[in-house]
Ligand binder design. Structure first.
Ligand SMILES: Nc1ncnc2c1ncn2[C@@H]1O[C@H](COP(=O)(O)OP(=O)(O)OP(=O)(O)O)[C@@H](O)[C@H]1O
Ligand SMILES: [Mg+2]
Length: 252
């Protein structure tokens, strides 16, 4: 089967800094793939290139066999690729429900609603129930706890009916008691919605239990790809994370 995402020779420079250098990889439909790399490795820049927030200096991206590069973010979303952000930014002054309804009015979200005979409000209620925010729909979004804002980010992305979901550090800023349930939610969405998921994370223990394969990057370059078990023992990955204990790497 053709990969859902094919990234070929992607490069992005900021002046003299090469943030993403000749990155190539592919993602199979239905996989949960992890992107691993130290701070500043180029992970978020890679997501920005995949979602049209930045244009690459070189290289190509194909999603479902169609070229993605040079497409603005709203077109990328309409093709079925949605993302969350490293920092949560809910629409302030709007309720949790309204935050998700905005995304239900996106062309792809609206088409799904029409096909299934559901109003944006009903679609949003369902999605918020799915992500565990069903009892908080009337709250102002900015009053949600940080962990719930992460769930809201995911709900907004789901409302655009993606086939491929990109999550940028979904566990960042969460306590250990919040990480496992969120990890379980991501597994649930993968299973129930048949989503393909690409996930950046630093919390390695939970991350390694969640993903099926890993792409490790350092200084903008792919340094290793493979199963989580192989990646945490890969000499280049251990070197990139020098100073981390085996427990941090999830292999103790
Ligand atoms: N808009 C920008 N202009 C200039 N430099 C940038 C810009 N965005 C990112 N960079 C630089 O590119 C490099 C990669 O940044 P990026 O945010 O992609 O890293 P990251 O792997 O996501 O790091 P973190 O784990 O801290 O989120 C860093 O050196 C960063 O300072
Ligand atoms: Mg980042």
């Amino acid at each position: 089967m053709k990969p859902i995402l094919e990234v070929c020779d992607l490069t992005k420079r900021f002046g003299g800094l090469v943030a993403v250098r000749n990155v190539s990889f592919s993602v199979r439909r239905g996989e949960i793939v992890g992107i691993l790399g130290p701070n500043g490795a180029g992970k978020t820049t890679l997501f920005n290139l995949l979602t049209g927030f930045m244009a690459p200096d070189q290289g190509s991206v194909e999603f479902n066999g169609k070229p993605l590069q040079k497409q603005p973010p709203y077109r990328v979303v309409n093709m079925g690729l949605a993302r969350t952000f490293q920092l949560c930014r809910p629409f302030v002054g709007m309720s949790v429900l309204e935050n998700v309804m905005v995304a239900c009015y996106s062309p792809r979200g609206a088409r799904h609603g029409t096909t299934h005979g559901e109003s944006p409000e009903n679609c949003s209620r369902k999605i918020l129930g799915d992500v565990g925010l069903g009892h908080k729909i009337d709250m102002p979004a900015e009053l949600l706890s940080y962990g719930d804002q992460r769930r809201l980010e995911i709900a907004r992305a789901l409302a655009t009916e993606p086939e491929l979901l990109l999550l940028d550090e979904p566990f960042a800023g969460l306590g250990s008691s919040e990480i496992e349930p969120l990890s379980e939610l991501i597994r649930h969405l993968h299973r129930e919605r048949g989503l393909t998921i690409l996930i950046i994370e630093h919390k390695l223990r939970e991350f390694m239990q969640l993903v099926q394969s890993v792409i490790a990057i350092d200084f903008g370059e792919v340094i290793a790809t493979g199963s989580p078990e192989d990646i945490v023992r890969h000499p280049k990955v251990v070197e990139a994370y020098i100073g981390k204990t085996e427990a941090d790497l999830g292999i103790a």
